[in-house]
Design a protein around this ligand. Structure first.
Ligand code: PMP
Length: 393
C-alpha cells in the first residue's frame, strides 16, 4: 500500500480486483527499468536482464514449490488460461470445466469448442459454490476428456476447490488437469510437488506484483501437442514469443517472494479480519446472506447479498469504500453474476450482492472505517426503495 493510499480516506477492500503493489515489487520493477538490456541479448546488459528474469522465475517457482523451468511468463492469467486450454485441447477430446469459472476460462473454452459444442462439458455447482463431482465422474466415464479445468478459488465468492480427488479421477481417465489459481496464489500455500495438477495459471497483480504479468506452470514431462498463442522469436522455450517484460517480471518475482514470506501469518490475520467484518455486517445490517461454503473459502473474501438493496446503489452510496459488485471483470456489463446464478441465486439476489476482498495490507482500521459506511449505505438504499415514489403534487 502506498503512503498516498494510507493517507487517503478510502478503505480499499477490492483485493480480488487487484492488490496494491508491494513496495518490494515497485523497487524491483523500477530497478530493472533503470537498467538497459534485452534478456535475449548475449552481451553483459542482456545477461543482466536475463539474470533478473532467472531470479524472478526462481521466486515464482518457490512460491508454488515447483521447478523454475516449469514457469512460462505471460501477460497475465488471461493469457495463461488461453495458452493452457488451447494447448491441452488440441490433443483431441472433450474439455471439462465449470459454470462458475472466470471468463478467461469460460470464453476460451467456448471459443475452442465453437465448431464442436458437444466437446464442451460444463459442470454445475451447488448452492455453496462447490463443483459437482458426480458430474465430473460421469463426464470422465462417458467421453474421452483432454482436459479438466477447474479454478482453485473463485474470484467472486472465494470458494476453494478441493483439487486432489479431481486430479486423481482425471488422471485415471487419461485427462490433464488445469487450474486457474489466480485468486489463490500468494494467499494460501500451494505445493506443486505434493499436488499433481498439470497446468496452473497465475497473475502477479493479485498478490502485489505489477498488472500485465502472469505465468503458466507447465509440469515437466506432461505430454502436450504444444501450441503457442504467440509465434515469433521463440522466447520462453517457444511457449510465448516476444521480448520479455523484464521489469514486470522482476516485480512479479519480488511480490512472489514477499507473499511467500508473509503467507502463513497473513492468512490467519486476514481471515480474522474478514470474519469480524462479516459478523458485524450481519449483526448491524440484518436480512443478508453470505455466499459460498463458509468453511472452504479464501481468507480475505466475502460475498454478501444485502436483500432489498441493489449493489450498484450501495456502492454509489459509499464512495469511501472500494468494493465490487460481482467481479470487476464483469463490471459495467448489465448482466448479473454468472457465478451467483450458477449457485442458484435469483437475478435480484445476484444484483444485490457486494464483494469485499481484503489482503496483505488491510488493517483493522480499514475494516473499522468501512463498516459504518457499508451499514449506512445499505440502510439508505433500503429506505429509499421502500418509499413509494409519488409523481405530481
Ligand atoms: N482468473 C481469475 C480467477 C481472475 O480473478 C482473474 C482476474 N480477475 C483472471 C483470471 C484474469 O487475470 P488477468 O486479468 O490479470 O489476466
Amino acid at each position: 500500500m502506498t503512503e498516498r493510499d494510507l493517507d487517503s480516506d478510502l478503505a480499499y477492500l477490492d483485493y480480488n480486483a487487484t492488490a496494491p503493489t508491494r513496495p518490494e515489487a515497485v523497487a524491483a520493477t523500477l530497478d530493472a527499468m533503470r537498467t538497459v538490456g534485452n534478456a535475449s541479448s548475449t552481451h553483459r546488459s542482456g545477461r543482466d536482464a536475463a539474470l533478473r528474469v532467472d531470479v524472478a522465475r526462481r521466486q515464482v517457482a518457490n512460491l508454488l514449490n515447483c521447478s523454475p523451468g516449469e514457469i512460462v511468463f505471460t501477460s497475465g492469467a488471461t493469457e495463461a488460461n488461453n495458452l493452457a486450454l488451447r494447448a491441452a485441447f488440441s490433443a483431441g477430446g472433450a474439455l471439462v470445466t465449470s459454470t462458475v469459472e472466470h471468463p478467461a476460462v469460460l470464453e476460451t473454452a467456448r471459443a475452442l469448442t465453437s465448431d464442436a459444442p458437444e466437446s464442451l462439458i460444463l459442470l454445475s455447482v451447488d448452492e455453496d459454490g462447490l463443483v459437482d463431482l458426480d458430474g465430473l465422474h460421469l463426464a470422465l466415464a462417458a467421453s474421452s476428456v483432454a482436459i479438466v479445468s477447474l479454478m482453485a478459488a473463485n474470484n467472486e465468492t472465494g470458494v476453494l476447490t478441493d483439487l486432489a480427488p479431481i486430479v486423481k479421477a482425471a488422471h485415471a481417465a487419461g485427462a490433464l488437469v488445469h487450474t486457474d489459481a489466480t485468486q489463490m496464489v500468494g494467499r494460501l500455500p500451494i505445493d506443486l510437488l505434493e499436488s499433481d495438477v498439470d497446468l496452473l495459471s497465475l497473475s502477479a497483480h493479485k498478490f502485489g506484483g505489477p498488472q500485465g504479468v502472469g505465468a503458466l506452470f507447465v509440469r515437466r514431462g506432461i505430454s502436450l501437442p504444444y501450441r503457442p498463442l504467440i509465434f515469433g522469436g521463440g522466447q520462453e522455450r517457444g511457449w510465448r514469443a516476444g521480448t520479455l517484460n523484464v521489469a514486470g517480471i522482476a516485480g512479479a518475482g519480488a511480490a512472489a517472494e514477499a507473499s511467500r514470506r508473509d503467507l502463513i501469518s497473513d492468512g490467519t490475520r486476514i481471515a480474522q479480519l474478514r470474519d469480524s467484518l462479516e459478523r458485524t455486517l450481519v449483526e448491524q445490517v440484518g436480512d443478508c446472506r453470505i455466499n459460498g461454503a463458509i468453511g472452504q473459502r479464501l481468507p480475505g473474501v466475502t460475498s454478501i447479498t444485502f436483500h432489498g438493496a441493489p449493489a450498484d446503489a450501495v456502492l454509489a452510496a459509499m464512495p469511501d469504500v472500494a468494493a465490487s459488485e460481482g467481479s470487476a471483470c464483469a463490471a459495467g456489463a448489465p448482466t448479473p453474476s454468472h457465478v451467483l446464478l450458477g449457485m442458484g441465486r435469483s437475478r435480484e439476489e445476484a444484483d444485490s450482492t457486494v464483494r469485499l476482498s481484503l489482503g496483505y495490507a488491510t488493517t483493522e482500521h480499514d475494516v473499522d472505517r468501512a463498516v459504518p459506511s457499508i451499514v449506512r449505505a445499505v440502510r439508505k438504499v433500503r429506505k429509499l426503495l421502500s418509499v413509494p415514489i409519488r409523481f405530481g403534487a
